[in-house]
Each structure stands twice: as C-alpha cells, then as structure tokens.
Design a protein around this ligand. Structure first.
Ligand code: CP
Length: 297
C-alpha cells in the first residue's frame, strides 16, 4: 500500500491486514507511539467532524504531530489555486497527507505530486475508503463475519461516497447488497449483483443490516426532496425496521438528521444501533491505516 485513495486500490490482503491491525488496536494489543517524530498534514477542503477528528486522534495516539489546514484560513482565500496550494504544502515534506475534497479524484491529483502517502478522507460523490473499512470492522465485530449477510443501503445513494465505497467493500467480503432509493437518488449505474428498490417496504424484508444515508444536499443546487416528504417515504422508523430480519442492526455513517433519514428511537436503540461503535472504530481503523502506510517507511 502506497496511498489509500479508494477501496478499488486495495487488494483483499490489504483489506484483511487493515481490519486485523485495527482490531489489534481495539484490543489494546499493539504498541502505540510508532509514529513519534512524524508529521501528518490534515487538509480538509470540506466540513467534517468524525473523519477529521478521528484521524487527528489516531495520529496523536501513535505519537505523530498533526498540522491542521483549512481553506478559509489559508491563501486559497486570497486566490491561490488548488494546484499551487498542494505544491506548496507538499514542498514542506510532510510524512503523510490526509485530505477531504468536494471534487472527485482530488486526492489522486495530490498523490501524483506528493512524495508521501496520501489518504482519502472523502472525495466528492466518489469514495470514502476509511469509512468503508470502519463499517466493515464494526459489522465483523457485531456478527463475526460479513459473508452471507444482507445489507440494505437506503436513501440518497446517487450522491453518497459512503454508499459507493461501502457497497464495494461489502460485496468483496461476501455480503448481498440491496439499495432502496427515491427515483431522484437512484444511481445511474449499479455494481453487479446489487438489487434496487424504490420503496422501503419492498427492500427491507430479510435485511440483516440497514444503513440509512441522508440526502447529501451539499452536493445539489437545491434539495430535490423536502425533509418531511423524505422522512414520510424513506425515513428509517421503528415500524420500517420491524420489516427487516429479527434483530437487524442499524449502521449510519453520520452526520445523522433525526426525524429525516433516521428516527431518533432507531438511532438510540442500544440493541440495534451501531452508530457510536462505528465512530469508536473509526479511530482504530485510522490508526491501522497510518501504521501500515508509515511505520516501515
Ligand atoms: N462519516 C463522515 O464522513 O462524517 P464526517 O463528515 O463528520 O467526517
């Protein structure tokens, strides 16, 4: 592994190595402070709570120093181009760059120019590989294995990098994937074998895991469906969750909007919701990614 830009760039062995290493961190079995003296740049061109803070926490738990950069407080605000900004930052020779960007493949452009590993913290509608890895770790912990489970992604699949990377990793790990999406949020192309539905009532029966995806309004000029209409037809309520397999689990990448794509009672159900477990695992997965990319360099 040189960079982590998408699940498609990882071999099956890479995925297993990251999940096993993350589990070792979760179990307290791996040595911290591996990255003392290293400097990691965190470049977030788009808002984030979970990804930015958990990468920073992961890097610091491993002993690295983190330099946080944001466009609003930088010379981008004076008109400096993306390419010149990246060239400038790369010239400072960080040991790794973590980045999030609104544009698809922006991290690939950085990876072509930087002399260090680049980790994609989410690009446009395309990919969010560390989210997919932490989702896989969380489900593996909860159910022992992913193989043979039926997962349902519901909501705004067309604009969701979380759904894109998630479908990719879970298919590779042997899950059956369904999507339930409003026609306006149905992707043009679906990965092979993915079943598509437009009504929750049709897609939920037999689901082992349900993953509600909020409308990604920040990627649209105007909201395509108002919140009340979305909640009425596609919100994950206790009644709709009851259509899934007995004991079906709920995972959500966040940020969640209670009463829109997920009912508060579902989000807070301690027997069904893995949402905060996903957040906790985000730190362990990001420690594993930094460890495997940097420790031997
Ligand atoms: N899941 C996720 O990417 O959340 P943030 O946007 O808060 O990082």
């Amino acid at each position: 592994m040189q960079h982590i830009l998408g699940i498609d760039g990882l071999s099956d062995a890479d995925i297993t190595a990251i999940l096993d290493c993350a589990q070792a961190y979760a179990d307290g079995l791996r040595q911290p402070e591996l990255l003392r003296g290293r400097i990691v740049f965190s470049l977030f061109f788009e808002n984030s709570t979970r990804t930015r803070v958990s990468f920073e926490t992961a890097a610091k738990r491993l002993g690295a120093e983190v330099v946080n950069w944001s466009p609003g407080a930088s010379s981008v605000a004076k008109g400096e181009s993306f390419a010149d900004t990246i060239a400038t930052l790369a010239a400072m020779r960080p040991d790794a760059i973590i980045m999030r960007h609104t544009e698809n493949r922006a991290p690939h452009m950085v990876a072509e120019r930087a002399l260090c590993p680049v980790i994609n913290g989410g690009d446009g509608t395309r990919a969010h590989p560390t989210q997919a890895l932490l989702d896989a770790l969380t489900l593996r912990q909860a159910r022992g294995q992913v193989q043979g489970l039926t997962l349902v992604y519901c909501g705004d699949i067309a604009h969701s990098r979380v759904a894109g990377s998630g479908m990719e990793i879970f298919r590779r790990l042997g899950a059956r994937i369904r999507i339930v999406a409003p026609p306006a949020f149905m992707p043009m192309d679906l990965p092979p074998g993915v079943e598509a539905f437009t009504r929750m009532e049709d897609g939920m029966p037999g689901a082992d895991v349900v993953i509600p995806i909020r409308p990604q309004n920040e990627r649209m000029d105007t909201a395509l469906i108002d919140d009340a209409g979305y909640a009425a037809a596609w919100g994950l309520t206790p009644q709709r969750l009851a259509l899934a397999a007995p004991g079906a689990l709920v995972m959500a990448p966040g940020p969640i909007r209670r009463g829109v794509e997920i009912d508060g009672a579902v989000a807070d159900d301690p027997a069904r919701s893995l949402i905060l477990k996903q957040v906790a695992n985000g730190v362990f997965v990001r420690m594993a990614v930094l460890d495997l990319l940097l420790a031997e360099r």
